[in-house]
Design a protein around this ligand. Structure first.
Ligand SMILES: [Zn+2]
Length: 311
């Protein structure tokens, strides 16, 4: 734009569009999906504020998909600054049921090589500064998180990415999420390896936790950029090399979406995610503050909306 301002988000009301049942969260290097037809851009307001950026409703492979760049277009948000609660509440408000997220990661294991893709099976949380639950303020909920990624969606992604010929993707690695924004020290990198982590990033959490609490299916496609700093003979994390690999990976990820997303859409949600909070809330309903219930209704309407039967 000549005046340097971004174009205003189109005011196409979401209710006049088919609901976007799939959400895609783009990570570093994946800020938009060129070639996909944009139906509208929306910025839903949520009780936790606004999402990272306008959410584009785009048509990919015949599916309406809600695309959200995690760090904002132009990469403006630190991992610690991403408003995860608003992001998932906004996606849920658009009708999203399943989220495929993308993230650039470092490798902590010899076999996970730069430019590999991976869909992790487990998580270790080393974040410190991020709100990571919708509960609190008078409503206590505890949700099962032993398997942090959707047990149906993660294997589906592994299968489909392997079919597309991506190397290394059949493994089920453990991902460690650190706070950042600085990369690890060498001592930390070695200690994470000793903990059993194979990959490291700064964005898987609190996303996986919030998706589970919002009863969304969530899985993460990791794109390996480098060997972190543990590896003998490897130059330490070289930002230019990381960015080069990151852009190459993002390009491959984009090209996969038109085939991948219809497979996700047609997979029946017979996993446990849609019922994740069914028995989670412990607080006596009579004592739950009205304002907290109203907030929770934005992500869990079946339990907290005023006309909900499951009080
Ligand atoms: Zn699921």
């Amino acid at each position: 734009m000549a005046n340097g301002k971004r174009p205003a988000a189109k005011r196409a009301p979401a209710r006049r569009l088919p609901p976007a049942r799939i959400g895609v969260i783009g990570g570093s290097g994946l800020y938009e999906v060129p070639g996909a037809r944009t139906l509208a851009e929306v910025t839903p307001k949520t009780p936790w504020g606004k999402p990272s950026d306008a959410i584009a409703l785009v048509e990919i492979g015949g599916e309406v998909v809600a695309f959200l760049p995690r760090h904002g277009r132009g990469h403006r948000l630190l991992p610690s600054e991403v408003n995860g609660r608003a992001n998932f509440a906004a996606l849920k408000s658009l009708g999203v049921e399943q989220v495929v997220a993308f993230s650039a990661v470092g490798s902590l294991a010899e076999e996970q090589r730069p430019l590999d893709f991976a869909v992790p099976a487990q998580l270790i949380d080393r974040t410190r500064h991020r709100p990571d639950t919708y509960f609190g303020d008078g409503v206590v909920g505890h949700v099962a998180f032993a398997d942090p990624f959707c047990p149906r969606l993660a294997p589906l992604l592994r299968r489909e990415l392997a079919r597309a010929g991506l190397p290394g993707v059949e493994r089920e690695p453990t991902l460690l999420c650190m706070e950042g924004p600085l990369f690890s020290t060498r001592a930390e990198s070695h200690s994470y390896r000793a903990m059993g982590a194979h990959l490291i990033n700064m964005s898987a959490l609190p996303e996986a936790k919030l998706a589970r609490e919002a009863e969304l299916c969530y899985a993460l496609v990791c794109m390996v950029t480098d060997y972190d700093c543990w590896r003998e003979g490897e130059s330490d994390v070289d930002i230019q090399m990381v960015i080069r690999n990151l852009l190459a990976n993002a390009e491959r990820a984009r090209s996969l979406l038109p085939e991948l997303l219809p497979k996700v859409a047609s997979s029946a949600r017979n996993c446990s995610c849609p019922d994740a909070c069914r028995f989670a809330v412990i607080t006596d309903p009579k004592l739950q503050p009205r304002a907290t219930r109203a907030r929770l209704a934005a992500v869990l309407p079946r339990y907290f909306a005023p006309n909900s039967k499951r009080r």
